[in-house]
Write a protein that binds this ligand. Structure first.
Ligand SMILES: [Zn+2]
Ligand SMILES: [Zn+2]
Length: 507
């Protein structure tokens, strides 16, 4: 290709762009909806370009610099879906374009619940047998039919959903032509079109850790075929890029919510709905357009009696969606920043969170799903911002009742629950113990972690674990497997002015 790309020249990153061969950032951002259709002879102004890059970085969970840095250009080379990420909406105003972490429903759905599907052709049978292909595709349909009242049936006659392998320009316009290995893997059209096309030049595989997994990509494209757009929730099936093979792949909560927004849930007593969390809302959930932050002057009722602040025993703690640190004790919470406890705190947990438990045993925020979890006894509460999504009060019998701590050790890693010196893994798609994962002794995974303890906190992007025990805390380094020198320190170090601690005191 010889098309000159004005954006990479302007950004001064042309050297990087050349190394990431075949990536044309302006073209990429246009194609996937981040930049509007170009007007002939008119260049994009720098604000438009910066905003487009920021939106892309948000979708791909990169630092939102608005600059075409190496990381951003690399992200454009990840194999992905051919459907645009930003579907322009005629009536949209600036506010509507504000990005929330969630699924996206562009506004199309099927008006019937019984849908017939058909393979127009199969991929090369010498590379994957037809029966394996059919099974992968059937499994992908089942992921959706388990959570929404849609029934899919294969037919040899006239079908609602037509699946086809093709190459390059395949009859739906030059702009939708496939591009050979990697790049765009597949695309599908919104209801009630029913066309789903695979790029036959990909290395389609089944059940192995190489190539492109046919079942997972089919499940993603079926998401479009039933009306879902792309989600900016990390780890969601409806994220625009291919995240690799995963054994026993399951829909994420964000995917389920998106589909149920369109079609509602399966009836609670329907035996086919066993993999859906039992308390999923069966009607359209209303999610906040943006994640709300508590406003201390209006939504938080100040509690003037806070003598316990400087000697707090931290039962549960998490850094959540608003980057603040929340200490949850009894029916109160303390919200802290680098300045210490925010004005208006402590406050009742119920002034911000919807129907919260009091005396939570453990709390954790997931940077993968943007959910906040409260654990108490054998129950779990799942929040998006402060909105209650799920309260699950029947967990598997092996669940560690009243865990001491809940935490992650990386932004993308699993949630651990700690109980009686054993670590359990929590599954964010079932909101229960991860199936098939054996609990491990804490000293095996995190040797020299101080115990007994009340709670564990890890800050976003940081490797260190803060271990709260009584009225003091330790800073533990998982890499060196030990507590850093100078610890423990008193818990009041987090509380700021109220306790005589200067702002930005290192923790
Ligand atoms: Zn897609
Ligand atoms: Zn096509």
């Amino acid at each position: 290709m010889t098309k000159k790309d004005s954006m990479e020249n302007n950004a001064g990153d042309s050297e990087i762009a050349k190394r990431e061969n075949a990536v044309y950032p302006t073209e990429f951002l246009q194609r996937f909806g981040y930049l509007p259709e170009p007007e002939p002879g008119v260049a994009y102004d720098s604000e438009t370009k910066t905003n487009a890059i920021k939106e892309f970085q948000n979708m791909y969970h990169l630092e939102e610099t608005g600059k075409l840095n190496a990381e951003t250009i690399h992200a454009m080379t990840i194999p992905r879906c051919g459907i645009p990420d930003i579907i322009s909406d005629e009536g949209s105003d600036d506010e509507k374009r504000e990005i929330a972490k969630r699924y996206n429903t562009p506004g199309y759905k099927w008006t019937k619940n019984q849908l017939k599907w058909k393979m127009q052709n199969f991929w090369y049978a010498d590379r994957m047998s037809e029966s394996t292909q059919r099974q992968a595709i059937t499994d992908a349909f089942a992921l959706w039919s388990q959570v929404v009242p849609l029934d899919f049936q294969e037919t040899t006659g006239k079908a609602d959903l037509n699946l086809k392998f093709s190459t390059r320009n395949h009859g739906d316009g030059a702009e939708n032509a496939f591009d050979g290995p990697n790049g765009v893997l597949a695309h599908a059209y919104f209801p009630e079109n029913g066309e789903l096309h695979y790029d036959a030049e990909e290395d389609w595989t089944d059940g192995v850790n190489k190539g492109i997994n046919l079942k997972i990509v089919t499940a993603h494209e079926l998401g479009h075929a039933i009306g879902l757009g792309h989600s900016n929730v990390q780890g969601a099936l409806m994220a625009p890029y291919y995240a690799g093979y995963e054994e026993n792949f399951k829909l994420r909560y964000d995917d389920i919510l998106g589909a149920q927004t369109l079609y509602g849930g399966r009836a609670q007593d329907n035996p086919t709905s066993t993999t859906a969390p039992s308390t999923l809302p069966s009607t359209q959930p209303t999610k906040p357009a943006t994640t709300p932050a508590p406003n201390p002057t209006t939504s938080i009722i100040p509690d003037p009696s806070n003598p316990e602040t400087c000697n707090l025993v931290v039962k549960a703690v998490a850094q959540t969606h608003d980057q603040r640190i929340y200490f949850y004790v009894g029916d109160k919470m303390w919200r802290a920043s680098d300045y210490g406890v925010d004005p208006g705190f402590p406050a009742l947990i119920s002034t911000a969170y919807e129907k919260p438990p009091s005396d939570v045993d453990a709390a954790v925020f997931s940077w993968k799903t943007y959910y906040t979890y409260f654990f108490k006894g054998s129950e779990v509460w799942v929040y998006y911002g402060f909105q209650l999504l799920v309260h699950k009060n029947e967990l598997s019998s092996a669940f560690p009742s009243s865990p001491q701590a809940a935490f992650t050790s990386t932004d993308t890693g699993p949630i651990y629950l700690l109980k009686d010196n054993y670590l359990y893994q929590f599954d964010e798609s079932t909101f229960d113990l991860a199936a098939g994962v054996t609990p491990k002794a804490i000293q095996e995974v995190f040797p020299n972690l101080p115990t007994p303890l009340n709670s564990i906190l890890r800050l976003s992007s940081s490797p260190f674990l803060y271990v709260f025990s009584g009225n003091q805390y330790y800073k533990y380094d998982p890499a060196s497997r030990k507590v850093l020198d100078g610890y423990p320190k008193p818990n009041k170090m987090w509380m700021g002015k109220t306790c005589g601690i200067p702002p930005f005191t290192p923790k």
